[in-house]
Design a protein around this ligand. Structure first.
Ligand SMILES: [Zn+2]
Length: 133
């Protein structure tokens, strides 16, 4: 796993974990790497400033609003599968069940195993609000 500092087209900086550089490129090409602040998929690896380490800024009300909108959109358009996430993602990838957009919870090792098998998964910039049934 590798952590990249990323920046969206609107200049929001954020960080995310990926299996590898090529895995990041593949996800980005498919528009699956999105800015947690504005949801833009126009993201690129940020250039690192060698000597400056600005204090992490607290989210502004505007950022919170966008994050809330992104969360609402994801929750409205994808099925919440709770802790069955890894199992369901793998079954879809293998064609055992029909494809559908899902979100849920996965342990880090499960997420890593999915990525190692070439199954695209992404961390959400928030915790799901609903509990598994
Ligand atoms: Zn952004």
């Amino acid at each position: 796993m590798i952590k990249f500092s990323l920046r969206c087209i609107q200049g929001h900086a954020f960080e995310s974990w990926f299996q590898s550089g090529p895995a990041f490129d593949g996800l980005r090409e498919r528009g699956l790497v999105t800015c947690p602040s504005c949801g833009s998929s126009e993201v690129s690896k940020a250039l690192m400033a060698p000597s400056v380490s600005p204090a992490r800024k607290a989210p502004t009300p505007e950022m919170r609003e966008k994050l809330a909108a992104l969360r609402a959109e994801i929750e409205a358009n994808t099925d919440y599968v709770g802790e069955r996430f890894a199992e369901e993602a793998r079954a879809m990838y293998l064609g055992d069940i029909p494809d559908r957009p899902i979100h849920g919870e996965a342990r880090l090792e499960d997420a890593k195993a999915l990525l190692e098998d070439g199954i695209p998964v992404l961390p959400l910039p928030f915790l799901p609000s609903r509990k598994a049934n």
